[in-house]
Ligand binder design. Structure first.
Ligand code: CMC
Length: 431
């Protein structure tokens, strides 16, 4: 962060206050209001944090107007096309692309931490058999703090690193176990000879009676879904992880908090909500009815998979995901599926409708990822767990960055209080 020559001046009731202005590597300048309360006795008001930088970061950059997303400076299109998920994990965690030896070492470490402590199986069995896999993930990831005591000391950089590796390695195992549990099939152990994405697909789809042959196109598409969801700067779940971590909570508890936040339909839950919406629409002739509902101010219905808080242009992840969707659908020969016809027509109408064009509501990453996952055979309830396992590296990299900054503070927003002023307590007989 560099302080520019610029200063912003704020005038309140004739008194002026100078606010330092910082220039980021890219993006708009940032006004520093930290001393404002002490000097002027006022807070700032920004519900939904639409204009507030909550931290410094060197991990991910988004230009929502231009539709740009970079990790450590590398455009997401290059990473999705030329790299793969574990290399991107290394990049996010350590700040630079690995050498061949570093990558081999990292992949070997992750591969050798994929198994769960055997006692954790009992923990799964405590859930009702029809539990949502996200409910299981929130619980099981939080419970990791009870199983891996040797990586909960947040003040020890080595323990922080071990916790990061464990989380990246074990999330696919946990997500696959959550799935198997809810469909009543036995858990499938990870296999060290498979790559990260293939291993996940096999843990989800193999059964004791029949192993699962991993198709390389599907495993590549799975890896791309992981890569495209790996990090997205200070979104709701990442900010949740940072806020939880600011109090000194252990890493597994912080990531469980992130998973809980991701679950909501406005965030990671949108991929499930989007596919369910496509199923509800059911046929192309019903689309106008749903478009009309989305535009109706008195109807809370929104077109799921459209719009984004930051992107006011095509989501660059959606561009790559759309290509991947075409590839997978062709491979599986399901282009004529009625659900996909609805998706294609909805995309076409929304991209050309003045309401969506004027409000800059483009299809987002979840619109296309849901279509791919459905074609691969995942039930909608698994869409958000897959997002959660992909985003774990982003959460943990941001968590690590925050803890590495000696100046980090507990997060404690203020409020605009509009409740009652102080009043006298009335005894019950006098109310
Ligand atoms: N369908 C219909 N209208 C919409 C939609 C939509 N999907 N999204 C936004 N709008 C309208 C909204 O009604 C508002 O209209 P007006 O200005 O007339 O009041 C305007 O567009 C701006 O919306 P907003 O709610 O102020 O925008 P936001 O930045 O707070 O919300 C969003 C962003 C993602 C929550 C919202 O677009 C949405 O609910 N989309 C559907 C859910 C979804 O697909 N979420 C996944 C996001 S991508 C994955 C991730 O990063 O988690």
């Amino acid at each position: 962060m560099s302080e520019t020559q610029k200063t912003a001046t704020l005038t309140i009731d004739g008194a002026t206050y100078d606010l330092p202005v910082y220039s980021p590597t890219s993006g708009p300048d940032v006004l520093d209001i930290r001393k404002l309360y002490g000097q002027a006795g006022v807070f700032t008001y920004d519900p939904g944090f639409t204009s507030t930088a909550s931290c410094e970061s060197t991990i991910t950059y988004i230009d929502g107007e231009e539709g740009i997303l970079t990790h450590r400076g590398y455009p997401i299109g290059d990473l999705a096309g030329k790299s793969h998920y574990l290399e991107v994990c290394y990049l996010l965690l350590y700040g630079a692309l690995p050498t061949a030896a570093e990558l081999e070492d990292f992949e070997s470490t992750i591969t050798r931490h994929t198994m769960l402590h055997e006692q954790m199986v009992n923990f799964f069995r405590g859930f009702r058999r029809d539990a949502h896999p996200m409910a299981i993930m929130v619980g099981v990831v939080g419970a990791m703090s009870a199983f891996y005591h040797d990586s909960t000391d947040i003040n020890d950089p080595r323990q922080r690193e071990i916790a990061s590796h464990r989380l990246i390695a074990k999330m696919p195992t946990i997500a696959a176990m959550a799935y198997k549990y809810t469909i009543g099939q036995p858990f499938v152990s990870p296999r060290n000879d498979l790559d990260y994405a293939s291993n996940f697909l096999r843990m989800c789809f193999a059964v004791p009676a029949e192993d699962y042959e991993v198709n390389p196109i599907l495993s590549r598409a799975m890896d791309r879904i992981f890569t495209l969801h790996a990090d997205h700067e200070q979104n709701a779940s990442t900010s949740t992880v940072r806020l939880a971590s600011s109090s000194g909570a252990n890493p597994f508890a912080c990531i469980a908090a992130g998973i809980a936040c991701l679950w909501g339909p406005a965030h990671g839950g949108a991929n499930q909500a989007c596919l369910e919406m496509l199923k509800e629409i059911g046929s192309v002739d019903r689309i106008p009815e749903y478009i009309a509902r989305a535009k109706d101010k008195n109807d809370p219905f929104r077109l799921m998979g459209f719009g984004h808080r930051v992107y006011k242009n095509m989501d660059p992840r959606a561009t790559v995901m759309k290509e991947s969707a075409d590839e997978v659908l062709e491979l599986l020969g399901v282009e004529d599926n009625p659900l996909l016809q609805v998706a294609k027509e909805l995309e076409h109408i929304a991209l050309n409708d003045p309401y969506f064009k004027d409000k800059k509501l483009f299809p987002n990453v979840d619109f296309y990822s849901g279509i791919i996952l459905e074609a691969m055979g995942f039930p909608t309830s698994m869409f958000t767990p897959i997002f959660a396992l992909s985003r774990t590296v982003g959460w943990i990299s941001q968590w690590k960055e925050q803890l590495s900054d000696p100046a980090h503070k507990i997060g404690r927003p203020r409020q605009l209080y509009l409740g009652e002023d102080v009043r006298s307590y009335a005894d019950i007989e006098n109310r």
